[in-house]
Structure formats: C-alpha cells, structure tokens
Write a protein that binds this ligand. Structure first.
Ligand SMILES: Cc1ncc(C[n+]2csc(CCOP(=O)(O)OP(=O)(O)O)c2C)c(N)n1
Ligand SMILES: [Mg+2]
Length: 348
C-alpha cells in the first residue's frame, strides 16, 4: 500500500533534535517513562523478594509505546491491552500506588486485589484492562469501539496486542468486522519480536506484520517504537483518520523488551549483543539527550524529576504494603460468576 511506504519514511525521518514538541511535552515524556522504568525495576526486586506472587511481565524497553499512545490521544479515549500492563495506568495519569497495591493483592488495588499483575483496570481514565489470555483483547477492543460508535461519541479505542497475539485467529474476524462497520479503533501491534521465546521469523512467512491489515484494506503503518516522537505522531495521524469516521488503522510499532518474557526466563533465544543493540536506542535516553542538547531543563531540574520519581515509588510500595487484604466474604464480589445454581448454593 502506498500509505505504508509514506509512513515508513515519515517515521524514519523523525529527528528528536528538531524539537517539534514543547518543553512541557518533553519533560512529561521523560518523567512518565522514567517512572515506568524505575517502578518496574523495583517491581522486579520485590517479586524476587516474594513480596507478591503470580505472573509478572515487565514492560521495560517498551515505555515509548504507551506513553506516545496516551500523549497522542484524547481524554475519553479507551485503552485495552495484554498482561504487560503496569505502565498503562501511569501513562493515563493514575497514581502508581494503586497499580502497586494490585500487585500485592490488596483491596486498594486497581482491581481491588483480585486481578494481580495481568489485570489492571481503571475505567475512569479509560483503561479497560489488562488481559491474560493472549489476543483476547483484540475482539474486546473492537467491541468497545462498537459501543462508542453506537453511543455517538468521538472516542477512539486503542487496542494493543503483541506480535504473538497477532497470530490468533480472532484477529481476522475482528479486522473484518471492524473494517465493515468502520469502527473507531486503532489496532497496535506491540511488536517486540518475541512471543515468549519464539521470534517473529520462526512463526511466519511474512515478516512485515503491518501487511496483516492488507486483506481488509485497513490503512497500516510501521512505526519506530524506540522513538517517542514517532509513536506520538503516528497516533495523532491515526486519530485524524479514525475520528473522521473512516474506520480502523493498524500500527505495527517496532519495540523491544529488555527483560525476559516474565520473571522466569533464561533468555536462551537471543544474544546479549542483541539486547545491547536495542538498549543503545533507548527511548528514555533519547528524550533526556534532547532535553539536555536543547537546554530544556537544567541539571538541577532533571535531578528534581529523578528525586520525584524515587519518592513516588517509595510512596507506592509503602501504600501497597500498608493496605489491607480483601476480606474472605468479598470473594464473589466484583467477579463474574455467572448464574450457576451450584455457585449460588456455595455462596449461601
Ligand atoms: C490463549 C493463550 N495462549 C497461550 C498463552 C501463554 N502465553 C502467555 S504470553 C505468550 C506470548 C505472547 O507474546 P506476544 O503476544 O508477542 O506478547 P509479549 O509477551 O511479547 O508482550 C503466550 C503464548 C496465553 N496466555 N493465552
Ligand atoms: Mg511479543
């Protein structure tokens, strides 16, 4: 598709040094991404110390995706994602203490302690989860977009899923319906090149994942996910199309996770050099370099941001540790239990 080629060259041509965005925007990007990175480093340590259990997938390296998605979107828009979801509430302006409390399984958590790491929800800010079933959020994202269209809002739904999830059959039914009904949804492939230990090239004959939209004539773009400006601009462009009622857009955002798939991953499927090569394109380093080169903040101001981040993390851990566990009699509240007689019986 012609559009795809244009978008590729547009993304590649972006240069942070050109300062297309304001000082305020750069400092916000820096603070948000730093907070995501540092809080997840802490989460990794807390997990090893067995402060909480369950699965735990870190987003480290991918911060520019959700940060640029939110900065390029508007209030009222909806966001749905997979289980790698600790950074999403932060991007949406939710204090991370509620995310931390959820990890600890406490009542003050984003899902009242019943969801854990993979199920962060915050309806008020538009976060519709956090989903542990690979690809489950693809049809659900289209469903949310359908509801927005039905209600006559101008809200866009951002539906993010991994390169592995993109291989689920439900994607094709969803893409077909979303294009037929011109639903207001931006599909985002968080393409970090691996589904657990399986690389994209081991799962497909077609390496360019943006072509998945072609059979549905869905406008599709490849985006540099290690550069915040590129993500932000791609989202803004996509929103112009979607809000005009023209239907979905697919963004294949190329990113990389620095840590293992989850907390137990020996990472034998990739070399240390590969990880280092991506760390050399780190989105947070790039934003900081732009801030320094263009003198958008003094060293003292940068230090202040770093200190603020540390304080917010300490506050979040303390809040999570001090919060109460759910009571046993809350077990069946806020969870879908269906209308099965045996459950009702058990409840009585
Ligand atoms: C339906 C389903 N199948 C398998 C799994 C096990 N599983 C968890 S994560 C994962 C890999 C998904 O990779 P990707 O979509 O690329 O996301 P990433 O972890 O890279 O963010 C698999 C197979 C699952 N949770 N759900
Ligand atoms: Mg992946």
């Amino acid at each position: 598709m012609a559009t795809k080629t244009i978008a590729k060259s547009k993304a590649a041509a972006k240069s942070p040094a050109k300062l297309k965005y304001s000082k305020k925007q750069y400092l916000k990007w820096y603070e948000d991404m730093l907070l995501m990175r540092k809080i997840e480093e802490r989460i990794g340590h807390l997990y090893i110390q067995q402060k909480f259990g369950g699965f735990c997938h870190l987003y480290i390296g991918q911060e520019a995706l959700v940060t640029g998605t939110v900065s390029g979107s508007e209030k009222g828009d909806k966001h749905i994602t997979a289980y790698r979801d600790h950074a999403h509430p932060i991007a949406l302006g939710v204090h991370p203490k509620y995310m931390m409390a959820e990890l600890y399984g406490k009542t003050t958590g984003l899902s009242k302690g019943k969801g854990g790491s993979m199920h962060m929800f915050h309806k008020e800010s538009g976060l519709m989860g956090g989903h542990g079933i690979v690809g489950a959020q693809i049809p659900m994202g289209a469903g949310i977009a359908f509801a927005e269209k039905y209600k006559g809002t101008k809200n866009v739904t951002f539906c993010s899923f991994g390169d592995g999830a993109a291989r689920q059959g439900a994607l094709h039914e969803t893409f077909n319906m979303a294009m037929t009904w011109k639903l207001p949804v931006v599909f985002i492939i968080e393409n970090n090149n691996y589904a657990m230990g399986t690389s994209v090239e081991r799962t497909t004959n077609v390496m360019d994942m943006s072509t998945i939209g072609d059979s549905y004539q869905m406008p599709s773009f490849v985006v540099d996910g290690m550069t915040i400006e590129a993500v932000h601009e791609a989202i803004e462009d996509a929103c112009v199309h979607v809000r005009a009622g023209k239907g979905p857009v697919l963004l294949d955002i190329r990113t990389y996770r620095y840590k293992g798939h989850s907390m137990s991953d020996p990472q034998k499927y990739r070399t240390k050099q590969e990880v280092e090569d991506f760390k050399n394109q780190d989105p947070i380093d790039k934003v900081l370099s732009t801030i320094k080169t263009n003198k958008l903040a003094t060293d003292k101001e940068i230090e202040k941001i770093i200190q603020k981040v540390k304080d917010v993390i300490d506050e979040s851990v303390k809040f999570a540790e001090d919060s109460p566990e759910p009571e046993a009699n809350e077990l069946y509240e806020d969870v879908y239990i269906g209308d099965y007689p045996y459950i009702m019986e058990y409840k009585d």
